[in-house]
Write a protein that binds this ligand. Sequence first.
Ligand code: FNR
Length: 184
Amino acid sequence: ATYTVGLIVGSASEPSLNRRYADALARFGEEAGLDFHDIPIGALPFFGTQFEQEFPPVGADFKKEVDGVDALLLVTPEYNRSIPAVLKNAIDWASRPVGENSFPDKPAAVTGASKGDISTAVAQHELKAILVGQGAVVLGAPEVYIHVEEGFFTDDGAIADADTAEFLRGFLKRFHEHIRRNLT
Ligand code: FNR
């Protein structure tokens, strides 16, 4: 079966390294049986409880997209050893209003790219904990910390290194299996 996967890039950067990485990764979607749909988060205002009284269209539309896909793939940078505020904000929106949390039982996976030595390990660890806390069913392994150096991408935006490409294909294959087992 082919599953629909909401692709959330946790960055407001233009251009964004993680956007680039997410686009390269999504090229392996078809062969893995994953149909990726971008779910943008940049237009969401900072969440506040006033929005729970009357949920604005921008938030309702975002939640509709999250609720409409079989699973979520979150691609996050690491900002100051955590996830960027824009991503945390989107998660806060998806978790509300009370009683309408979009995460329970949702299959999800996490990855991220950085030029830093330990890549996005700390941010991803935290992100997984946040998602598990909201009831998402998060793929634990493989851990996919992408360390980007000069030449990581080809000129047309693909993953240059064959072993890295193979590893990422395996990751998506495993994610497909995870969705199959956990989709309710
Ligand atoms: C960073 N960067 C960074 N990198 C890292 O590996 N660990 C970190 O804790 C941080 N901290 C951090 C804080 C802030 C405020 C910024 C702007 C950047 C560097 C980061 O990995 C780099 O800017 C990437 O390009 C960010 O990904 P996007 O936003 O381009 O997708």
